[in-house]
Design a protein around this ligand. Structure first.
Ligand code: DOR
Length: 435
């Protein structure tokens, strides 16, 4: 009999934990910051007197969501986001853990910078797992000290923002990553074809007179990366997959048994390049760019058949004054932590493409497994990282409510379904939706 004090009971919600194959109405008991049990019959949880009760009737109770692609901008651009503000945004979006990208200033390519970010995250509202740079300064010339990065806790490596053009360097990065059992994440856009492009190369880019980033650039990059992954036996993770051909290449690689995983971002399964001409909203500039309707369809097909393992926001805060300019001068990227869940519900679940269990798996246990992260499940003994979702809430994206320090979302003013009700981190309520 465990006599430790009862912390909290989440009562009466529908508990969905894909890792446990669990999906029914139940009560979740939290004790000392960990999951102490899940039972449909509250009596079976034993003495729960003194527990704080959260009434979750009509809500979904799921493992804390995990976002493996987030830019926290610290160190260097604390005017756009800090570890603290980014984690507040994460909590508001239902994420209890994020993996932060190394394209800060300075780059996260050494132990000191990894530890600096970890230190900033100590009391934050989400767990922060640091991803180190593949090459020093992400310049693509010299490998970072990958073993050193892993020694202090880096969970993966990437030069996100840039493709690692030099295949020999990428091969060596994969060989090292294999020794340390971490995935190599790649921003797969072949640089000679894509680096100077502003939007998807298409009829639209020609009509608008904007330089194109062709889909074939992603296809080539993904195929090169898969070839190196096959040759080295490393774990490859393709970031923000956006084209049909790339989805097909990954599907074939997986069928062959190659250790490749992928993510899709909400903007790639919700928007297409046609949105740009409508408003020239610089928040629509992103790399890889918004693609064609056919590409968008292929991303959804990849999400449905499991070619795409997880959903990640690519939360990329940018200062208002840098986005207030001509489309081709704006820095690429959009924020996403606080809109991802609503976009998943509205554009994947309500459209009948994914059910809740599949969508939750792509934001919990799948990323946890791929990146060897704790969490992603409500199994007894796991940290009590929990997201409570109001699946029926209708809401309008309101920039004045963002916890992020930046406002660069193309979804401002959009009506979405499904909203976070509470976010719980290690048994502590870190986000509570006001009634
Ligand atoms: O649009 C993007 N913005 N793509 C990236 O790969 C980097 C990101 C950023 O850091 O702003």
């Amino acid at each position: 009999m465990n006599n430790a004090p009862v912390d909290m009971i989440i009562s009466g919600g529908r508990v969905i934990d894909p890792a446990l194959g669990f999906g029914k109405d139940a009560h979740v008991l939290i004790r000392n910051g960990a999951i102490a049990g899940i039972e449909s019959d509250v009596q079976k949880l034993g003495d729960t007197s003194g527990a704080t009760v959260i009434d979750a009737s009509g809500k979904l109770v799921v493992p804390g969501l995990i976002d493996i692609h987030v830019h926290l901008r610290e160190p260097g651009r604390e005017d756009e986001e800090t570890v603290e503000s980014g984690c507040r945004a994460a909590a508001a979006g239902g994420f209890t853990a994020v993996c932060c990208m190394p394209n800060t200033s300075p780059r996260i390519d050494n132990q000191e910078t990894v530890m600096f970010v970890q230190d900033r995250a100590k009391n934050a509202d989400a767990r922060v797992y640091v991803v180190g740079a593949i090459t020093k300064g992400s310049e693509g010339k010299e490998l970072s000290e990958i073993g050193d990065l892993v020694k202090v806790g880096a969970v993966a490596i990437t030069d996100d923002g840039h493709w690692v053009e030099n295949s020999e360097i990428m091969r060596r990065a994969m060989e090292y990553s294999k020794m340390f059992n971490i995935p190599v994440m790649d921003h797969a856009e072949e640089s000679t074809l894509c680096a100077s492009g502003i939007m998807n190369e298409s009829f639209e880019s020609t009509r608008l007179g904007l330089r194109g980033r062709p889909a074939v650039g992603e296809e080539i990059a993904v195929m090169r990366d898969i070839a190196l992954c096959r040759a080295t036996g490393a774990r490859l993770h393709i970031q923000h997959l956006s084209t049909r051909r790339a989805v097909e290449a990954v599907r074939a690689a997986k069928a062959e048994g190659i250790r490749v995983t992928t993510e899709a971002c909400p903007h790639h399964f919700v928007l297409t390049d046609e949105a740009i001409a409508k408003e020239f909203n610089t928040c629509l500039r992103v790399n890889p760019p918004l693609r064609s309707a056919d590409d968008r369809e292929a991303i959804i097909e990849g999400l449905i058949d499991g070619t795409i393992d997880c959903i990640a926001s690519d939360h990329a805060p940018h200062a208002q004054e840098e986005k207030d300019c001509e489309f081709d001068l704006a820095p690429p990227g959009m924020i996403g932590l606080e809109t991802t869940l609503g976009l998943v519900k509205t554009y994947l679940i309500d459209k009948g493409y994914l059910n809740w269990a599949d969508a939750v798996a792509k934001m919990t246990i799948n990323p946890a497994k791929m990146f060897n992260l704790p969490g992603g499940t409500l199994k007894t003994g796991s940290p009590a990282d929990i997201t409570i979702i109001d699946p029926d809430a209708s809401w309008t994206v309101d920039q004045s409510k963002f916890r992020s320090m930046s406002r660069n979302s193309p979804f401002i003013g959009w009506k979405l379904q499904g909203q976070v009700y509470r976010t719980i981190l290690g048994g502590r309520v870190v986000f509570e939706r006001e009634a």
